[in-house]
Design a protein around this ligand. Structure first.
Ligand SMILES: Nc1ncnc2c1ncn2[C@@H]1O[C@H](COP(=O)(O)OP(=O)(O)O)[C@@H](O)[C@H]1O
Ligand SMILES: [Mg+2]
Length: 226
C-alpha cells in the first residue's frame, strides 16, 4: 500500500532529514515510527500526505507515484489519508460537530450525508454527546478524539498520526492509542510517529526506528529499544 524507495529528504537549509529510506507498509498494518527528536519522524509523515516532496527517491501509495501527481490529483490523495497532529489543530470558534463536518464540507458532500457521517465518527471516538461543545470546553484527550474523528470521517484508507499523545498524560495516551488500534482493526492502515516508549512496548506492533534520518531497525513485533 505504501512504498518508499531510496527516499532522501534534504531541506533547503541543507539538513538531511531522511537518508536513503526504503520501506514497505502493507494494507491494514499498524506501524510505530520511533526515534529521538530530530530523527526524521515528522518528515516521514509529511512525505506520505505530500506536505513535502522527497529530494530523491520514489513514493508509491496504492501503486501510484505520489510525487508525480498533478495539482488537481492531490485532493484525491488527501481524501484517502487522515492526519492527526500532536497539537490537535482544531478550529476554536467551531463546535465539535462543525470541526469534524468541515473535513467533508471542503469535499462538497451533501448536508444530510455530512450529518450522518459526522455522528458516526463522533460515536466511534466516544464523543457523540459532546457534538455541540467547543474545543476549549474539552480535555486534551477529548480534543484529540475530535481530531481523530475529523481524520476518519472521510473513511480514509490510511491514517497517519504525528506524536498524537505528545501533549497527553499516560492514561489518556493509552486510551487514544487504543482508539487508533480499534480504527486499525476496522481495516485502516495506521502509522504513528511517537517517542512514547511505554506505549510502543505495550502494543507489540511493527516498529520502524529512525536515527539521524536513517532507518536503523524494522521489527515485526517490536519494542521501543532493543
Ligand atoms: N521545514 C524544515 N526545514 C528545515 N529543516 C527541517 C524542517 N523540518 C525538519 N527539519 C530538520 O530535519 C530533521 C528531522 O526533523 P523531523 O522530521 O522533524 O524529526 P522528528 O519528527 O523525528 O523530531 C531535524 O534536524 C530538523 O531540524
Ligand atoms: Mg516530529
Amino acid at each position: 500500500m505504501i512504498h518508499l524507495y531510496n527516499v532522501t529528504k534534504i531541506y533547503p537549509n541543507g539538513v538531511q532529514a531522511l537518508r536513503d529510506i526504503s520501506v514497505k507498509i502493507s494494507k491494514g498494518e499498524f506501524v510505530f515510527l520511533v526515534g529521538p527528536s530530530g530523527a526524521g519522524k515528522s518528515t516521514f509523515i509529511r512525505l506520505i500526505f505530500r506536505e513535502e516532496l522527497p529530494t530523491r527517491g520514489q513514493i508509491l501509495i496504492g501503486g501510484r507515484s505520489i510525487i508525480r501527481l498533478k495539482r488537481s490529483e492531490i485532493p484525491i490523495l488527501r481524501r484517502n489519508i487522515g492526519v492527526v497532529f500532536q497539537d490537535f489543530r482544531l478550529l476554536e470558534d467551531r463546535t465539535v460537530f462543525e470541526n469534524v463536518a468541515f473535513a467533508l464540507e471542503v469535499l462538497e458532500y451533501p448536508r444530510t450525508e455530512i450529518r450522518k457521517r459526522v455522528m458516526v465518527a463522533l460515536d466511534m471516538v466516544g464523543l457523540g454527546l459532546k457534538a455541540k461543545m467547543f474545543p476549549h470546553q474539552l480535555s486534551g484527550g477529548e480534543q484529540q478524539r475530535v481530531a481523530i474523528a475529523r481524520a476518519i470521517v472521510k473513511n480514509p484508507r490510511i491514517l497517519v498520526a504525528d506524536e498524537p499523545t505528545g501533549n497527553l498524560d499516560p492514561m489518556t495516551s493509552r486510551e487514544i492509542m487504543d482508539l487508533l488500534a480499534e480504527i486499525n482493526k476496522k481495516g485502516t492502515t495506521v502509522i504513528v510517529a511517537t517517542h512514547d516508549r511505554e506505549i510502543v512496548d505495550a502494543f507489540q506492533k511493527r516498529v520502524i526506528a529512525l536515527s539521524q534520518g536513517r532507518l536503523v531497525r524494522d521489527d515485526v513485533k517490536g519494542a521501543y529499544a532493543l
